[in-house]
Design a protein around this ligand. Structure first.
Ligand SMILES: *Cc1c(COP(=O)(O)O)cnc(C)c1O
Length: 382
């Protein structure tokens, strides 16, 4: 085990949490129905709206991202309803599994992993039947590609169905204009670009989605019921005990985003992820996936055929304290993944490249660390 002092959490979530947010977590627990917590809840809502690009109320739950994916489907789809899931990676597949578990009739529009699904493919599917919703992942963390939510929004309008979006690994690092793009339900979670510990689930929705919230029937969630949550939110509360300290911390993180400026925050994610990609490519790795759709928050590298991705991951952790991800799906061994989310600076990226160069050299690759740093620096300074 590396010492905590050298531990660098560089996953595509959960991500490193700034000191200021950690300190906020340690404040005294508040009465979840008292005036102090009402202020926190109202502020979290107010600060998240611009990040989501919505003017509507935001709902908070105690759960992970997957909990919110499930809640989104269960609140507008009853067993037997048909949905179209856009699948080009592991999280799209997860939506398929959740939909089937809920008894929905699940169809898919698919692309090879690393690509995005063309709007025309989705349009064609939608012409073939009646769908309750299009379900998509904005930032597919398993492949590092970003879907065009605006295009999906117009398709949803044209075909009179809802658009449900997983923005878990996107929100706070990739632009979301929920109202303008017509994303009917957007779900996210605290532990990625919002730079908080895991534990808070987030949902926002359009008026159309609100009108479609289920209030009865089989499979309707109780704790995760959006109608009930919304009624409580209108009174300045959560329906059940909120994760009070986690929301205090979320507020703190959102204050940091506001202070830096959302536009600057989003630009920083793009700039740093491009630099990390440039460095990794200079080390002989492959920038995985469609370049035009490359993610600002998850950098995925394909590893050379004679290397095992897991060995790089292990070496980075054991010798450098740098914790990155491999893959737990059909790309297992073939890719490694870094998060560029939240509390990340130029220094973070340059250190990643130094550690990656050292790990690759130790694994017998003839790498030139100076060239990699130079490529990253050139990208940062350009
Ligand atoms: C991390 C992530 C999730 C949620 O995962 P949890 O472990 O349930 O928080 C969902 N979708 C995407 C795209 C993610 O990256």
């Amino acid at each position: 085990m590396t010492s905590p002092a050298t531990y660098r959490l560089r996953l595509p979530g959960p991500t490193d949490v700034p000191e200021r947010v950690l300190a906020a977590l340690a404040r005294p627990v508040l009465n979840h129905r008292g005036p102090e917590f009402r202020t926190v809840l109202a502020r979290a809502d107010e600060l998240l709206r611009p990040v989501l690009g919505t003017t509507h109320r935001v709902l908070f739950f105690a759960t992970s991202g997957t909990g919110m994916m499930e809640a989104a489907l269960a609140n507008v789809c009853a067993p037997g309803d048909r949905i179209l899931v856009v699948v080009h990676g592991q999280f799209g597949e997860r939506f398929v599994a959740i939909g089937r578990t809920l008894g929905l009739e699940v169809e898919t529009a698919e692309a090879t992993w690393g690509e995005v699904v063309p709007a025309a493919t989705i349009d064609e599917k939608l012409r073939g039947g009646t769908y309750k919703a299009i379900v998509a992942v904005q930032n597919e963390s398993s492949t590092g590609v970003v879907a065009d939510i605006e295009a999906l929004g117009s398709l949803a309008r044209r075909h009179s169905c809802l658009l449900i979006v997983d923005a878990v690994s996107a929100l706070g690092g990739i632009e979301m204009r929920q109202d303008a793009w017509g994303a009917d339900i957007v779900v996210s979670a605290s532990q990625k670009a919002l730079m908080c510990p895991p534990g808070v689930g987030i949902a926002s929705f359009s008026r159309r989605a609100e009108a479609a919230f289920r209030t009865e029937g089989p499979g309707l969630p109780f704790y995760f019921g959006f109608r009930r949550a919304l009624d409580s939110a209108a009174k300045g509360e959560t329906a059940f005990t909120a994760p009070v300290n986690a929301l205090v911390a979320l507020c703190e993180a959102l204050e940091m985003i506001k202070a830096e400026g959302l536009t600057a925050v989003l630009a920083r994610h793009r700039r740093l992820s491009d630099a990390l990609r440039a460095g990794g490519v200079a080390l002989g790795l492959q920038a995985f996936g469609n370049h035009a759709a490359r993610s600002p928050t998850v950098v995925v590298f394909g590893v050379p055929d004679d290397l095992e991705g897991g060995e790089i991951v292990r070496r980075l952790y054991e010798h450098h304290g740098t914790v990155i991800a491999g893959a737990r799906n059909k790309l297992s061994g073939r890719v490694i993944r870094f998060g560029v989310m939240g509390h990340v600076t130029e220094g973070t990226i340059l250190t990643d490249i130094v550690h990656l160069a050292a790990a690759l050299r130790a694994l017998g690759r003839p790498v030139d660390p100076g060239e990699a740093i130079s490529a990253a620096a050139a990208s940062l300074v350009s």
